[in-house]
Design a protein around this ligand. Sequence first.
Ligand code: TYD
Length: 216
Amino acid sequence: MPLKSKPAGRLISFEGSEGSGKSTQISLLAAHLQKLGKEVITTREPGGTEIGEQIRNIIVHNSKGDEMCPETELLLFTAARAQVVREVIVPALIAGKFVLSDRYLDSSTVYQGIARNLAADPVAQINRFAVGNVMPDITVIIDVPTEVSIARLKQRVTDLPDRMERENIDFYNKVREGYLLLAKNMTDRVILVDGTKPIAQVAKAIWEHVQLRLGL
Ligand code: TYD
């Protein structure tokens, strides 16, 4: 279902490296918005739908995943996104809800385009095809240095690190640089926050920006 006109709802995407604190900040922003009486849903990429979860499994946990080529990875991530946009995001926006998305198209731009070196034009085109005209009203990029990101990842109580998390430090440095570049080039929709600050301070910076930008 494409969007024919500007919907009543708002889409806010969260981006950043692993361990940058996206999910914590999404919960805090959701609570803040709900206190104002707004209806909020959260979605996560690349899952969020049954089809998306199946695609996510192929990408993240496939035992042969290390051999997946970047082009396949891009198409799988964007396929999952195409589904969540039409199945979940658009209906919610039309119903006037706030949609908080844990990752969106900028993850493909940065992880597959910049970190995995796929050419920028096809990545942008495929991303556009996947999301249609459903662009975020605001994108929050939470920046943390690579060492902080890796240290936080190690503290997570998980079993084996998944495929993406086994990437080396160069890869994560490229991811970070990619996000910083986006923040510099897309000031109309991106807000960059320092994820090394205390949680409450990061939340306050995000809230002030959202309030101002959306006139809440
Ligand atoms: P996930 O466990 O959701 O990580 P996180 O909690 O950091 O969001 O795994 C998603 C992984 O997939 C993460 O390493 C980023 C990567 N990814 C891409 O490479 N491209 C994409 O388009 C998306 C949505 C995620």
